[in-house]
Ligand binder design. Sequence first.
Ligand code: GDP
Ligand code: MG
Length: 177
Amino acid sequence: DGCYNPPAAPASVIMLGDSGVGKTSLLIRFRDGRYVPSYFLSTVGIDFRNKVVVVDGTRVKLQIWDTAGQERFRSVTHAYYRDAHALLLLYDVTNKTTYDNIRAWLGEIREYAQEDVVIVLIGNKADCSGSERQVKREDGERLGREHNVPFMETSAKTGLNVELSFTAVARQLKSRG
Ligand code: GDP
Ligand code: MG
């Protein structure tokens, strides 16, 4: 419309979930479109600024923060939660414990994050099948429904639903203004 619109501040997004679920891998896949060997990942957390996702023709700017070494409960600082606009909450479909811990993560989120924080629940490592898999997709879907948060399975390894999960975050951020 020819009018000047000041650039919007990016929305702050935090990757959450137990150690080893694939937070860093998923973020690198989203940023670079590649899968990194695990020796590189061990304890590093990465963050980057201003990845733009386009939702229905609107640009949504995301600033995404990884967490590393803060994966034990009560160790992600309260300020960290308070400033977040969206949370990608991951478990690992090959590790039932990480799925069981989602309830505790959600409890902590309800306690410390903004009331209207956007949450997307992710079951990562969906490329693993057969006896490796400990959590069925239906279990993830049910947990998402129970807590009224969108759910999807992803694979940082194959790229399955990686763009989609960040787009889901952006879409909800947009709809909440
Ligand atoms: P983080 O601790 O949550 O950041 O998890 P990492 O990104 O460090 O990943 C932990 C381990 O899981 C590494 O060995 C990764 O290579 C592996 N991993 C991460 N994502 C996937 C995935 O989608 N599929 C498979 N098969 N392995 C994955
Ligand atoms: Mg990590």
